[in-house]
Design a protein around this ligand. Structure first.
Ligand code: ADP
Length: 344
């Protein structure tokens, strides 16, 4: 029989669920969790109400106790299934919308980053150009003073001038690296390809670096091999070989730097091996990335930007070649190499 006590139970149960939901709502920190809880509490309250109403109504119309349980059980199972399916569909739709929103945000952020990167490259380019001129002027004056244009320099002054010249040269190299990187990123690098023997390029670099190697008590070992002429941009390949040998002197810490050039599988492979600080194999693939400086630089105390090898890779890749580095481990020396295809 329908009675006030049944109604009372229904109301108490609903209020209980509602109060429980509200109590939990204040405990939840996240807005999304709270919103979901409100929906859940509402659904659950309505569900209990219908459940108890059905139970009461079945009693009123005189359905037997067993049938009442079967009907109410059926209702419980079916409604639970409907709620679950609805929730799954809702969750799917929400996650799909979320993915679309995320992809949109990522696209916007990517565009903003590209813009920032372009501005950074532009800034680097302008700053480097502005620095290049005063550095060239300083270099000119240093030469004039050294050559006695302002009076005969004393031996002590000559030594100071040499140090100043070296520092100036280092700054020029730094600015040149920045300029190269900005040109690469803006796609402004031009290549002047011509037929050349790599041996001649190596000979030129060794000549330029002879004094530097001697100063670092490093012996440069190279034997001219038989190589075919190939199509290359001499200035770019010269810069690559210069960087490899210069690094070998810097990180070799005295000892022997061996340069080899061989023809191999239709390509010319140039390798520079030193007996210096080496590196762990985990870093092997990283040295040719922009601004990457190895773990080994912590122990070597050598200044640098981590741009030299990145520029080398870009130049070699534009010759259709590849670059690489090998070492047996820290303090066990290393080999940096590149290949360029033989082309006529
Ligand atoms: P930089 O020398 O200015 O740091 P590079 O691009 O020329 O930049 O070199 C990147 C990194 O590669 C260096 O910081 C160093 O960790 C590693 N490296 C380059 N040459 C050698 C070498 N001969 N021996 C050991 N590590 C080297």
């Amino acid at each position: 029989m329908f009675s006030f006590s049944s109604l009372f139970i229904i109301l108490i149960a609903s209020v209980f669920v509602f109060v429980l939901g509200c109590a939990l709502w204040f405990k939840l920190p996240e807005d999304r969790g709270k919103a979901l809880l409100v929906v859940d509490t509402f659904i659950f309250t309505v569900w209990i109400l219908i459940f108890l109403l059905l139970f009461t109504v079945l009693g009123v119309i005189g359905v037997s106790a067993w049938s009442k349980f079967i009907y109410v059980g059926l209702f419980a199972v079916l409604s639970a299934a409907v709620i679950m399916v609805a929730r799954v569909i809702h969750a799917e739709m929400t996650s799909h919308e979320k993915t679309i929103r995320l992809a949109d945000t990522l696209r916007q952020k990517n565009r903003a980053l590209e813009q920032l990167d372009g501005q950074k490259t532009e800034f680097l380019s302008i700053a480097s150009h502005q620095l290049r001129t005063p550095l060239s002027i300083i270099k000119g004056y240093l030469e004039l003073i050294r050559d006695g244009a302002y009076g005969k320099p004393t031996p002590q002054l000559k030594k100071v001038l040499r140090n100043m010249d070296e520092t100036n040269e280092w700054l020029v190299q730094l600015v040149d690296e920045f300029l190269d990187v900005t040109r690469i990123e803006q796609g402004h690098v031009t290549y002047a390809f011509g037929q050349k023997n790599v041996n001649d390029v190596i000979a030129g670099v060794i000549h330029d670096l002879k004094n530097r190697a001697a100063k670092h008590r490093t012996k440069l070992v190279w034997k001219r091999s038989t190589l075919p002429m190939t199509k290359l941009d001499e200035d770019k390949v010269k810069l690559v070989i210069f960087n490899f040998i210069d690094n070998a002197i810097k990180y070799g810490r005295g000892g022997i730097v061996r340069i080899t050039a061989v023809e191999q599988k239709g390509a010319i492979k140039v390798a520079v091996t030193d007996t210096g600080i080496g590196f762990s194999s985990a870093e092997k693939g990283s040295f040719f990335q922009k601004f990457y400086r190895g773990e080994n630089t912590r122990v070597s105390n050598v200044n640098g930007t981590g741009l030299g090898l990145y520029i080398c890779r870009k130049f070699i890749e534009n010759h259709g070649g590849t670059v690489g580095a090998e070492s047996a481990g820290l303090k066990k020396g290393s080999t940096f190499w590149f290949t360029i295809p033989v082309r006529s």
